[in-house]
Design a protein around this ligand. Sequence first.
Ligand SMILES: [Zn+2]
Length: 301
Amino acid sequence: MGEHHPESGKRLSAIQDQLIQSGLDYVVRQFDAKPIDNQLLTLAHAQEYVDFVINNAPLQGNFMVGEDSVMNNKTLSSALLSAGAGVDAVDLVMAGELKSAFCATRPPGHHATHNKGMGFCFFNNVAIAAAYAKNKYDLQKVAIVDFDVHHGNGTEDIIKNYFIKNNSKDKNSYLFCSSYQYPFYPFEIEKSSTPPIINTPLDATAKSEEFRQVIREKWIPELEKFKPELILISAGFDAHIEDDMSHVSLTEADYRWVTEELKAIADNHAQGRIVSLLEGGYCLSALGRSVVAHINGLIGH
Ligand SMILES: [Zn+2]
C-alpha cells in the first residue's frame, strides 16, 4: 500500500513473533501457501475484474485498483498466494488432515466485491474459499462469519448478488454473519437480520459485553439453525482496544471467546471444520497476541 501504511508486511512478522513467543509454533503445523489457479478467482469475481487486476499489475511503480487498494510489483503474487492459502486450507480441512486452519495471509479480502477492489483488498479470499469448498466437496451449507471491525461488504455483495443470483438453488447454501462498527467504513450497509445476511452493527463505544451480546443473540441462534458443514472466518483483529483503526474496544479474551463459540458450532454440525483467514488488525502487538488467542481457541489449547 506504500510506505508507512498500516497494511504492511510487518503484520505477518508480528504474528510469527507471537507464535514463537507463545510456544504455539511447536504445537501447530505450518504450511506455505501456493498461488491460486487464476481460474478459481472467477468463483467470486467477474472475469473482467480478474483480467483488469492481472493485466495492470505493475512491474514498477504503483497502480490503483480501487479506492484504498494500490498495487506495486509484489502485490499480484501476494494476492494470488493469499487467495491460494484459503483454498489450500479448505483442501486440508476437508481431507481431514487438519481439523481447522488459520491462514496468516495478506492482502486481506473481505472488502473486495464481485467486480471491485477496495479497502486494501483485491480478491475476496473468504468468498473464493466458500465457493470452492461448496463446489469441490458438494457442500450444501457453508457459513462465513466476519468479526473484523469493518463490515465485510465484499463478501455480502458476492453472496447476495452473485452466488445466489446465479444459482437460485444456492439460496439456502450460504450464511454470512458480520459484526462491525457503525457508522464506519465502508459506510453503505443495508440492514439485514434474516439469512443469508446477518449484519450486526456495534456502536463506536462497544466493548466486550456488547460484542458478546450480539454474537450470542444474533449469530449463534442463526448458525445453530443453519447447521453449517464448514465454517469460514474472516478474522480481522482491528476491533482491539489497542488498534487505532477503530473505536470498538475488544481484547484478546474476546477473540478467544468468539472462536470457542464458533468451534462449538463447528463441533456440533461441521465435524469441527473451520478455515479462518486473516483480514484486518493493524496494531502489531495486539494483532500478534489476538491471533495467538484465536488459534488457542481453534485448537482448544
Ligand atoms: Zn478491518
